[in-house]
Design a protein around this ligand. Structure first.
Ligand code: 13P
Length: 325
């Protein structure tokens, strides 16, 4: 079996990135209903089949993150999703957190849950074919937010999750997301992202997590979506890379960004601008959800006639991201 660092390196190397197709049943339901498709188990399966059978996907995608529902489902021909991915040379991942829940004593803030019973669930996911996992912590910028309490609680949970995954032979994607909703400036996002990442790496260290065997999935440093600011890709790139240099040890093999609601082309341009700042201590790549699948979902809208066009839309985004130098 591959070592943790081999799996982590495979996920972030050769310009390939990770497809986040792990929306919970609730979130997927909202996305499907947004394009006029009823959120049935079969429609959620069909949509994931569309994404994961896109021709030549493995040229630009190294891994696909699935949800608990999808990892148990099969393609129309009966192949399980993890087996279908394995056949084309794409690693199967699984989102293992159970969502961000209100944190006691921290109004307006959340802590991501899912640690109870996680060791047993991980064992089951290994049996189902997963080689890596994801856990997302959420931080909002606002008046006095994020609080130290929320940062500590989330970093602690991320580190306990990462430790359990490595014990099970799974590579944890560690995802602390500072969300872009709000009026904050680029500089405020930078400060908060720096503080958050410092707290996460401090907890990973305490928990004895092997940094060579993780993938970090952070937000890019951007201005709030209600700030009226629109920093250029080179400004985003500089602020993001500077923040990461200050906080992410070089032992981490790779950083795969989330898209966080950015326009798909904007996310690609920002990634390209960051790569121009090479050489960097780690690989930089993408683990986008919406910025990869958004155009495909809009194109498909549940219509069999649009199947090929929707796959083409996903392929275009994946190739565009994999092509940035
Ligand atoms: P977005 O790229 O749509 O932010 O999704 C990435 C993800 O996996 C969120 O957990």
């Amino acid at each position: 079996m591959s070592s943790l660092s081999d799996i982590a390196r495979t996920l972030v190397s050769d310009k390939r990135g990770i497809l986040a197709a792990d929306e919970s049943v609730g979130t997927m339901g909202k996305r499907l209903e947004g394009v006029g498709v009823e959120s049935t188990e079969e429609n959620r399966r069909l949509y994931r089949e569309l994404l994961l059978t896109t021709p030549d996907l493995a040229a630009s995608i190294s891994g696909a993150i699935l949800s608990d529902e999808t990892i148990r489902q099969v393609l129309s021909d009966g192949t399980t999703f993890p087996d279908a991915l394995d056949r084309i040379g794409v690693l199967a991942g699984i989102k293992v957190d159970t969502g961000a829940k209100a944190l006691a004593g921290a109004p307006g803030e959340t802590v991501t849950e899912g640690l109870d019973g996680l060791r047993d669930r991980l064992e089951e996911y290994v049996g189902l074919g997963a080689t890596f996992t994801k856990w997302r912590a959420v931080y909002s910028i606002g008046d006095g937010l994020p609080s130290e309490r929320a940062m500590h609680a989330n970093a602690h949970a991320l580190a306990r999750y990462a430790g359990l995954c490595q014990e099970a032979g799974l590579v944890p994607i560690v995802e602390p997301e500072v969300v872009m909703n709000g009026e904050h400036s680029l500089e405020q996002c930078r400060e908060v992202t720096r503080t958050v990442l410092r707290s996460v790496f401090a907890e990973l260290g305490l928990m004895g997590v092997e940094l060579e065997g993780i993938v970090l999935k952070p937000n890019m440093v951007v201005a709030g979506d209600e700030s009226g600011q629109r920093p250029s890709p080179s400004e985003v790139a500089r602020a993001t890379v500077d923040t990461l240099r200050e906080t992410v040890p070089p032992a981490v093999p790779g950083i795969a960004f989330l898209s966080g609601g950015q326009d798909p082309e904007e996310a690609t341009s920002n990634l390209a601008a960051m790569k121009e700042l090479a050489p960097l201590p780690w690989e930089l790549t993408y683990s986008f959800g919406r910025a990869l699948v958004g155009p495909a979902l809009e194109t498909w809208r549940g219509s069999q006639d649009q199947w090929d066009a929707a796959q083409k839309a996903l392929s275009e985004r994946a190739v565009a991201n994999a092509s940035v130098r």
